[in-house]
Design a protein around this ligand. Structure first.
Ligand code: ATP
Ligand code: MG
Length: 567
């Protein structure tokens, strides 16, 4: 495994290397003092949290320097793209809290980019190659060995122009020919060995339909699109660093103004432990039904995290913390979960829910009596006030909170021992009823009426405090518990194992028999709560008033906080 990015302070400062470039360009008066970025997703899948890192940078730095950021769909691969993805991408950016200045599509520039290519052919800087992809690959050479020139390299300009037009008219099959830049087959930068500019794709485009049959490659289209739009700082991930000379080269072939050229700056990708961070890989999980769609709460997609109950603030705080560097690494997902807890601690209302209920009967509590117990909604936020929760003779508590033969340090419910019920009374357990097979069916206890929360006697020293719900005044609910999607820290490193083999069999557990306090019947989809003693949960959009469904966002146990304390 590569280094786990645990040092927040170091990476926080390193955001400065991008800011420093921008600040110095502005100080030198470059681009007439303009500052413009773009976020350029390919609409071939839903955005993941790695994209959130790029979004926070592209939009954030534009805001910081009074510039603008446009959303550009990099739609040059019609076979893989779809308007479904376009819509989802817009929704996710808005959810993160960013606003684009304009929406553009690389396909808007197909004519202009085509004209640039024609200009290059006319200047003898591009040619149509009719060799197969395999042949071309064989001729590439190695970094230490020059490549072999294509026999078509020096064909007449007129011939290339004619073929280029016919490529686009649909006269040839896919793969029959391509347009290549004529640069340098001996260049030490492999990307300069006559890179491909255009290929034939006979698949309708989601925006331009059948108008085009020849489509530009990323290396050609991306820089030209940046140039056409007037992007000043083109921020992208580190794998494009080796493409930068080619990016500059292509722009140099077409640029007219002396004073302007977009500047590409690279930063490290976000990788997270126990998941994969690539739309293509995530699509595989969706297609093979290994997850329940792109917004499955176990997915590292923005919509998956949203459905799981992560807040946009927590995602942005996490991105701020990991910062931007020049080194690739892998970030512990526990740091993201830590950011989620931090934010939900401030925002989520505390409520009672019992995931694995067993009935508790308070034998000395009057039948039919209902007391309303005042409960603070969020101890971290006084303005959230309090509510009243019904207390009755019959309650539900967690099955795990009772043991008939308990070890000494079991401070929960066991015969003869006192325990406190949160916001209610102190109880002494008196026994239980067992079924023929030995399983516990009911628990019995007596309460001390002098110990109601707030009374002087309630301060009596009792070690355990349990959560509970009233049997009558509670609602049935389904609760979905999520864990890491993969068992491997870095699934892509496990080359000889399939996704299916690497999947964590316990990544989803559905509990159908839970009970939650009455007030949750009014909650709306995506509302966040803390189930006391259990963790943070939210309402899943599948939830209805007849059938409540909750997702566990994160448990209360903070493995990141612990790791930090140890350091
Ligand atoms: P994927 O393999 O997931 O499709 P991509 O890089 O091909 O990733 P694009 O839609 O082309 O996805 O990316 C849009 C922008 O998001 C690019 O600028 C890209 O560099 C950035 N980006 C993609 N993945 C990450 C990541 N893991 N961390 C940071 N930025 C990313
Ligand atoms: Mg891509």
């Amino acid at each position: 495994m590569t280094d786990i990015n645990t040092n927040e302070e170091v990476s926080k400062k390193s955001l400065n290397f991008i800011e420093a470039f921008v600040a110095s360009d502005l100080a030198e008066g470059k681009n007439g003092g303009r500052m413009q970025t773009r976020f350029p997703p390919e609409p071939n899948g839903y955005l993941h949290i790695g994209h959130a890192k790029a979004i926070c940078l592209d939009f954030g730095i534009a805001e910081q320097y009074n510039g603008i950021c446009n959303l550009r769909f990099d739609d040059t691969n019609p076979e893989k793209e779809d308007t479904e993805y376009v819509d989802a991408i817009k929704e996710d950016i808005e959810w993160l809290g960013f606003k684009w200045e304009n929406i553009y599509y690389a396909s808007d520039y197909f004519q202009q980019v085509w004209d640039f290519a024609v200009k290059m052919i006319k200047e003898g800087k591009a040619y149509v190659d009719e060799q197969s992809a395999e042949e071309i690959a064989r001729q590439k050479g190695t970094p230490t060995q020059p490549g072999v020139a294509s026999p078509y390299r020096d064909r007449p300009i007129e011939e290339s122009l004619d073929l280029f037009n016919r490529m686009n008219a649909g006269e040839f099959e896919e793969g029959a020919m391509i347009l290549r830049a004529k640069i340098d087959m001996a260049s030490s930068n492999m990307h300069f060995r006559d890179p491909i500019m255009y290929r034939i794709i006979k698949f309708p485009h989601h925006r331009t339909g059948d108008a085009w049959k020849a489509y530009p490659m990323y290396d050609f289209a991306h820089g030209e699109s940046d140039y056409i739009e007037g992007v000043t700082h083109s921020l992208c991930t580190l794998e494009f660093e080796v493409h930068r000379p080619l990016y500059d080269y292509f722009i140099d072939q077409i640029k007219t103004a002396d004073d302007y050229r977009p500047r590409q700056i690279e930063f490290n990708r976000l990788n997270l432990t126990y998941t994969v961070m690539s739309k293509r890989k995530l699509l595989e999980l969706v297609k093979e039904n290994l997850v329940n769609g792109w917004d499955d709460p176990r997915m590292p997609t923005i919509c998956g995290f949203r459905r799981r109950g992560f807040t946009s603030t927590s995602v942005r705080n996490f991105i701020d913390r990991i910062g931007y560097t020049k080194y690739d690494g892998i970030v512990d997902v526990a740091l993201l979960e830590h950011a989620v807890r931090e934010d939900l601690n401030l925002k989520a209302g505390r409520v009672s829910a019992v995931l694995n209920p067993i009935k508790l009967i308070i034998t000395n509590y009057p039948e039919g009596q209902v007391e309303m117990m005042e409960t603070v909604n969020n101890p971290e936020d006084e303005s959230k006030g309090s509510r009243e929760v019904a207390f009755t003779r019959e309650l539900f508590i967690e099955r795990e909170d009772f043991l008939e033969d308990a070890p000494k340090k079991f401070f929960r419910m066991t015969p003869g021992q006192e325990v406190r019920l949160k916001s209610a009374y102190i109880l002494k357990c008196t026994g239980c009823k067992k079924a023929a097979d030995g399983s516990i069916e009911e628990i019995y206890a007596e309460y001390d009426p002098q110990t109601r929360s707030g009374m002087p006697e309630s301060n009596r020293k009792v070690k355990g405090t349990l959560h509970w719900v009233s049997a009558e005044h509670s609602l049935p609910a389904e609760v979905r518990l999520y864990d890491r999607l993969f068992t491997a820290e870095n699934p892509l490193e496990e080359k000889d194992k399939s996704f299916e083999e690497l999947l964590n069999p316990d990544s989803l557990k559905v509990l159908t028999n839970c009970r939650v306090e009455m007030s949750l019947g009014e909650a709306k989809a995506y509302d966040n709560f803390q189930f006391q003693r259990l963790g943070y949960f939210n309402i899943d959009p599948d939830s209805t008033s007849e059938h409540l469904v909750f997702n566990r966002t994160v448990s209360l146990k903070d493995s990141w906080g612990k790791m930090k304390d140890k350091r």
